[in-house]
Design a binder for this molecule. Structure first.
Ligand code: GRF
Length: 220
């Protein structure tokens, strides 16, 4: 039996992306196991989605400083020996030492078409700008917020009358298949990253892959 890909998930809130990963594994669509959920909030709903033995949560304010918190978080994650670490609604910026420790295996899902709208309130900002399309991105994590190389994106149309909430719901519906398709690709070993340059099947990838209507990733 080939060993399955080990995935650790960082989450601060609801955890619907974590649930999408768990569901894809249960359905046999993703050859992987979730080895732990890690949170900066003890009350995060995401924690409840895994058995107690696979949960880690701590409040950063209980540590001397951010470096101490991230060292403890990093130790807990390292102990679960993940192949990939997925930030899925983890609402803190990760420091340089943490990112360096897990360099090349740390990805994030962000609800915008990066490089547009890094940071918070992405849906409201897309509406304010009058954008006709919005979406989500899966990217490698670097210390600068939402600035790492983008692996894949999914687009949705902005509809007349959209509110930040209706738009967020439409984006979330594509986030889940986007994350699963990205993890399928990463787990297959077909994607590598070196010096911020992605390669797919040994060929440089100059623009993000795009999720199609069959929920597959295609070159743009
Ligand atoms: C998602 O929109 C994700 O893109 C963003 O935070 C939200 C988390 O949702 N980073 P959930 O906790 O996975 O339901």
């Amino acid at each position: 039996m080939t060993p399955s890909t080990r995935i650790a998930v960082l989450a601060s809130g609801r955890g619907s992306n974590l649930q999408a990963i768990l569901d894809a594994i249960a359905q046999g669509a993703l050859q992987a196991e979730v080895v732990g959920v890690f949170s900066d909030r003890r009350d995060a709903q995401a924690l409840q989605r895994l058995p107690a033995a696979q949960r880690w949560a701590a409040a950063p304010r209980d540590f001397a400083d951010r470096a101490a918190y991230e060292a403890a978080l990093g130790d807990a994650i390292a102990a679960s020996a993940p192949d990939w670490i997925v930030c899925a609604g983890y609402m803190r910026i990760l420091g340089e030492a943490f990112v360096a420790r897990f360099d090349g295996k740390l990805i994030n899902i962000h609800p915008s078409l990066l490089p547009l709208y890094k940071g918070l309130h992405t849906h409201a900002r897309a509406l304010e700008a009058g954008d006709t399309q919005h979406g989500a991105s899966v990217h490698f994590v670097v210390p600068e917020l939402d600035a790492g190389t983008v692996l894949a994106q999914a687009r949705v149309d902005v509809l007349p009358g959209d509110s930040p909430e209706t738009l967020a719901a439409r984006v979330l519906a594509v986030e889940h298949p986007l994350l699963i398709a990205s993890l399928q690709l990463l787990a297959s070993g077909r994607v590598t990253e070196q010096n911020a340059q992605l390669q797919l099947d040994g060929h440089p990838l100059f623009s993000p892959l795009v999720l199609d209507s069959a929920r597959m990733l295609q070159p743009a």
